[in-house]
Write a protein that binds this ligand. Sequence first.
Ligand code: SF4
Length: 261
Amino acid sequence: MKSYDKKVLPLSLKGDNNNFVEAEKLQRILIEWFYEHGRDFPWRDEKALDPYKVLVTEILLQKTRADAVAVIWHDFFKAFPTVKALAESTEDHVLKVIQRLGLAFRAKRLIKISNQIIKEFNGAVPSSFDELLRLHGIGPYVASAVLCFAYGKPQPIVDVNVMRMMNRFKGFIDEKSIREYISKVIPQDHPREFNWALLDIAATICGPDKPNCFACPLDSTCPKINARMSQWRIMRKNVRGGVKLSLQPYSVRKKTKAKPK
Ligand code: SF4
């Protein structure tokens, strides 16, 4: 990965000095770490950051390992290079291309969404949060990912891994607080690298059972709240337009001995 030019580091946060310093520090740490250690995926290539490819990729990544998606990613866009090509295809054809990933319902969803984009948005993937949420089965996570990765907007992207990491890093237990915090510290420029760093660290270093803090770029600044993740459980609640996440205390039940008969 190319090295990061510190001179172009933007500072997006306006506010009191402490918050400004915190945002600056976090931006530098995360973006520099990303250029050095961030994961390489075909959808992170500059040429792959068009709205159609980002939207489809995020749908393919739902509940699926990234390395599995990487295997079929080029084949998918070879078969369906545009939103029009996808809309004009058949469910069987899409299914054949993505069958390795499982979750067959996605074939139907992809065709439905592509037709919706053609009919309601003149063939262009929408660029506003509310319009993206109007697409069939699209929730806040995918909408945020499209806005950030395709349109370069400083949008917070919060999955269950980022929630767990942010609980340890800032003590937040609900998605709303985490989104608000990230909105304040994410840079106007380089928002993609900032979010990719958070997603990668949360997925590969700040794991559920034992965070690998020695390998984490936030080690010296992180208070490691609830670092023993067994104390917390991530709750998912289906709400209109997606899933709402929160963390809840996890009470371990003591095993009671069975009474002798
Ligand atoms: S220092 Fe440890 S607990 Fe904190 S974010 Fe990094 S891996 Fe997670």
